[in-house]
Write a new protein. Sequence first.
Length: 326
Amino acid sequence: MIFDGSEQQARLILGAMAEVARAGDGELTALDRSALCSAALLVFRIGTGLDLHSLERVSPAQLAEGLGERGSEVIVPLVVIATVDGQVSPAAAERVAAYAEALGVEEPAVRDLQSLVQGELGLVRADMLRRNRASITGEWVEDVASFCEWLLPYRDASAPELSQRYEALAAKPPGTFGRAFHDFYRVNGFPFAGMEEAVAEAFTTPHDAAHLLSGYGTSPQGELLVSTFTAGMHPVEALAGHILPVIVSWHLGVPLVEPAGSATGALDARKFWVAWNRGDVTSGDTFNPAWNFWEHVDEPLEKLRAAMGVPPLQPADAADGGVNPP
C-alpha cells in the first residue's frame, strides 16, 4: 500500500507507530528507527531524512480524529512495528489494540497479537490457520485439527496422474512459466502436488506461482516476503491470514504447522514495505479461483509478469539468499 492521504495524516500514522515502538521501555531501537524511516519513504512518500524527533506524540483519539474513515489503513504498519524487534511486548500489543479500538477497526490480527503476548499460542495458531485456509478456499472451518489433513491430502491417497502433469512441464521451452515452475521445484527439491509427501495443490500452486512472479526465494525471509506480496495481491484475510502468520513463524520463531518449521529474524522492514507495495499494484491474483495456472504455462515468464503488472525486483530488495532461478 502506498498511502495517498495528506502528509499531516501520514505523520499521524508514523507518530502512532513510534508510540507502539516505544511502548514498554520508552526507547526506539535501531530496528524501530529503520522501520519508521523506510515506511516514511516507501509507504507515505514523505522523502528521505525523516527527523524522528519531529514526530508528535499521538493518542488513539487524535489518530482517529485525524484519519476519519481511513482508519483501516494504519493497522498493518502498527502490527509490523510492534513485531520488528523480534519480540512483542504486552505494552506494544495493548497500544495497537487501543489505536484499533479508537479507529473502530475490527481486525483479528490485533486480537491475535494480544493472545500471543499472553502466551495463548493455541488460540493464535487456531485463528491464523483458519483465516489462512479461508483466504485460500473461501470456507471457514472450525475444526483446526483438519488443517493438516487439508494441507497434506496425499499422505493416504497419492494422485500420480496429477504429479505426472507437473513433471511433464519439463518439456516446456526454457523461459516459459511452466518450465520455470518445474525447475523451481527441482532446484528446491519440492515434491509435486499429488505425491505422497506433497502439500495440497490448492495451496502450493498459487503460492509457488507467486514465488516465481515476485522473484522471492525460499529462505525464511523469502517466505515472509512472498506472503507479504500475496497479502497485497490477494487482500482476503491479508493481515491475520498471511502477514502475521509468517512474521510469527519466520521472525518471532513460533512454528504454526508441522511441515513449515520456524526461524527468527527474517523481518526486514524496508523489504517488507517493498513486497507489500509490489503485491498491491499487481493486477492479477494467483489465489483468485478464476486464475488458472494451466492457462499460463506456455507464456514466457517475463511476459506474464509484465501482463500482471508485477514491478521488477531490485537486487537490494530481494530476500536473503537471492532471487529465484529463472
